[in-house]
Ligand binder design. Sequence first.
Ligand code: NAP
Length: 288
Amino acid sequence: MQRRAVAESPGSPSAPMPTILSHGDAALEVRSVNMPLSVLILGGTSEGRTLALRLAADARFRALLSFAGRTQHVVDPGVPHRVGGFGGVPGLLAHLASEGHQVLVDATHPFAAQMSENAAAAAARARVPLLRLEGPAWSQTAGDRWRVVPSMADAPAALGELPRRVFLSIGRQEVAAFARAPWHDYLIRAVDAFVPPLARARVIAARGPFELASELALFERERVELLVSKNAGTPSTYAKIEAARQLGVPVVMVARPSLPPVETVPDVAAAVAWLVKHHGAPSMRRGV
Ligand code: NAP
């Protein structure tokens, strides 16, 4: 087997310098220290998008941000991205192989348990390093009136027997669970408008982040008596928890599902540091 280096791509000072191993007529490209690291980011969160933007500005990395495509309009993240499921673990394995991704970052929402399971299984089988980007869960503080339930299926019973005005800030996918408590009036907030599968319900379409002032105004205008929330832990959606605290509104808080034990960092800066430490090449900033 002969080994030869090919000329660096012209133009950019940050252009990678691939090494070609040629064997007969076939040429096999391998990553040299200056080749960008190919990172697949499983997104659907603001943290995933922020990480993708950070990596796009750093020549050491070539990142692809993946969305499930749940919302009607994917907001252009301003970075290379793809939309749609992979087709379970086999599909994700095929994608990792065909695109040559070298690292997988699971930056999905803490309640996207299926995707995280699939990511852990595929990464183990493909022997691709996997990092989870997930901040800590919210915890109760003075003035909070939380009732913690283990899953969304347990939330309707926690609303009580008396009719209440209930704010469901849980997205649209699990709203049907509340058909078991039809005596409440529900206000549902979701990214896209939809026809709710509940008799006494209204939908408001809105996409976060949300500010405390507007959350307080919403609670007062709608005379919210109970809030149902997932324990997302994300700063961009915490204002509703603060609003509930200030107004003395009880919260039915759905605990996070358990996820596979994988190496986890709490924020974007730590994710970049992990990528650099374990897999990155020397600094090559793209002028940002
Ligand atoms: P899920 O139940 O864990 O995943 C169901 C399926 O959706 C997965 O098996 C996968 O399909 C596909 N999928 C999920 N995330 C994907 C991604 N980032 N890229 C490509 N395919 C993805 O997920 P979910 O709870 O429906 O959430 C869907 C998306 O919305 C996630 O990206 C998540 O980050 C975001 N999100 C979820 C919540 C929530 O409360 N669950 C809240 C905010 C944002 P295949 O098996 O076909 O690959």
